[in-house]
Design a protein around this ligand. Structure first.
Ligand SMILES: Nc1ncnc2c1ncn2[C@@H]1O[C@H](COP(=O)(O)OP(=O)(O)OP(=O)(O)O)[C@@H](O)[C@H]1O
Length: 245
């Protein structure tokens, strides 16, 4: 186990993202700490993926600021290096599953060949893919590809792992395998911040919930409290499965 999330907490200070005159993320302020799995929930188009991209620095806010506590001591490039993100449709190299991971580790430039191989095998085993190590990544099933992408990110042992809808369009067995992998990565000391529409998954994985609606953060609440007594009518409607206006 490595030290937990030294770059956290993450502070969002009136983070806003506008496209032309359309405000897509509307003045979000909150602090995300190190010690819990954070799930971003909300209806389609609420801005969940955008918020994840803003946090990870893939896009810059048009107003407000994203601040990592670790930036004071580590510097910006080190803070960036200590984060990883897995996208809804991850891009894999046309190489073996194992080579996808060893290549990512070689880009980090910090481990020797033997260590890279050992780390890659460990990461594949961690997501239940040890048996496909030598198989070309592009012949793996959708669920296996998603698990490989998660293993590749986890092998970097980031402080924070962002996951954007990691189980979208996967069957229940594949979802379970990915949820197990997420729990293992969390237990190994990596902070998980992920989006999902799947309420069952959010109940299984969340320690705390950020609930977004129309680009605004309506709740940032411990998971038990969010699911038992949501504070806003929009969250209550979302939990009932109603259309959120
Ligand atoms: N780069 C962009 N430029 C303009 N509009 C964008 C951009 N990215 C996203 N949007 C719009 O911002 C809104 C929020 O998108 P986002 O993908 O963050 O929603 P989401 O909550 O993740 O939705 P879903 O659950 O459907 O994935 C959508 O209306 C989308 O069309």
């Amino acid at each position: 186990m490595h030290a937990r999330a030294t770059i956290l907490p993450l502070t969002l200070d009136r983070v806003t993202y506008a496209h032309g005159s359309t405000v897509l993320i509307d003045g979000i302020s909150t602090v995300i700490g190190a010690s819990s799995r954070t799930i971003i929930l909300g209806p389609n188009g609420a801005g969940k993926s955008l918020l994840l991209r803003l946090c990870h620095g893939l896009i810059a806010p048009t107003a407000g600021a994203v601040r990592w506590a670790g930036a004071d001591t580590l510097g910006r490039s080190d803070v960036a290096r200590r984060q990883a993100m897995v996208f809804q449709r991850p891009v894999l190299l046309r190489r073996s599953a194992l080579a996808n991971i060893t290549y990512a580790l070689s880009l980090q430039g910090r481990l020797g060949r033997a260590e890279r191989l050992a780390r890659a095998h460990e990461a594949l085993a961690g997501v239940g893919l040890a048996h496909v190590a030598q198989r070309p990544a592009h012949v793996l099933s959708g669920g296996e590809q998603q698990r490989l992408a998660i293993a590749r990110a986890a092998a970097l042992k980031p402080d924070v792992l962002f996951l954007d809808e990691p189980t979208a369009s996967l069957d229940p067995g594949a979802c379970r395998a990915i949820e197990d992998a997420i729990r293992a990565i969390d237990a190994a000391g990596t902070k998980i911040i992920m989006t999902t529409h799947d309420l069952g998954q959010a109940r299984r994985l969340a320690d705390e919930v950020l609930f977004l609606c129309h680009g605004r953060l309506l709740e940032h609440t411990p998971a038990d409290e969010f699911f038992e007594s949501p504070r806003t009518p929009q969250a209550a409607a979302f939990l009932r499965g109603d259309i959120v206006g």
